[in-house]
Design a protein around this ligand. Sequence first.
Ligand code: KIV
Length: 293
Amino acid sequence: MNMLSQSLHTSFPVLSPNLSSRDIVLSQRSFRSVSDFQKAKKEGRKISMLSVYDAIYSRLAVEAGVNTLLVGDSVAMALYGFESTIHATVEMIAPHVEAVRRTCPGIFLVADLPFGSYRKGLKAAMKAVEALARAGASAVKLEGVAGNEKIVSHIVESGIPVMGHLGLTPQHALALGGYKAQGRTEKGASRILEDAKKLEDLGAFSLVLECVSRRLGSQTSSQLSIPVIGIGAGAEADGQVLVAYDILGLSLGRTPRFVRRYLDGRALVLKAFEEFFQQIDRAEYPSEAESYS
Ligand code: KIV
C-alpha cells in the first residue's frame, strides 16, 4: 500500500464487509460448537447465554465473557414494539442474525425459528432454517415438541443443530392462557420432563426451559444428558439465559420475576436525552470545541 492510499484508508471509512468485526476477540469462554455445550455440562460449568439483536450488545456480551448468543424472537417485542413474539418472522429475524454474526464471527449463535415457520410442513420449515443458517446462525431454536417431532429430526439430519424450548413457550401464550409458570401440577411437570427426554432422543443438543419450578428445572437437568438452559427455571439448570434489554432495564412493559436488572438503562438513557435537548434549548450545544473553524 503506498503513502497516498494508506492516508486515504486512515482518513475515510473503508467499505469492507468485515469492518465492524475486525478486532473482536473471542475468549476461552466463547463457545464455538455444539461440543462446547456438552463439555460444559460434563465438567459442571454453568452456561451463559444472552438474547441480543444487534452489533453493539452482541459485541459487548462477547467482550464481557458470555458463552453463547441467541437472536430470539423476543426481538419482535423488544425492538419492534409488538405485544407478543407471534409477530416475529424470518424476514424480521434474519437481518439481526446477520448483524450479530458480522460483529461476532466464530461465536456459537442460535436463532429462533419464528411462529408459524415450522408448522407448515417440512419444506417450509427447511426454507426458514436455510434462511437463518445462511444469515449466520449456528443452530436454530424451536418451541414445543408435540407435532414437531419429524421437523426436529429432519433439521438435525440436515446438519443444523436444534435447541428445544419447553415450559412457558411464548409462541403458545394464547393457548397457555398468558405468561405464567408451567408444570405446576404433577401431570404438567411429568409432561414437560417427558417432552424434554423426547427432544433429547430426537437429537436436540440443548434446550431452554422457561418459567417452571426450581424442582422441575433441577430434575430436568439431572435426568438429561444434554444441557438445560433455564430462564426462570431455578439455579440448578445447566445454564441461564436472559434478554439483554431486560437485564439492562431497557424493556417496555411488565418485567417477569426471574429477570434481574443489572442497570436502570431506561433512567440513564432518558437523562442523557433530556440533557441533550435542554442544552440545545439553552444553546449550550455545540460548544466552540465541537464546532469547525
Ligand atoms: O426470544 C428470546 O429471546 C428467547 C429467550 C428469552 C430464551 O427465547
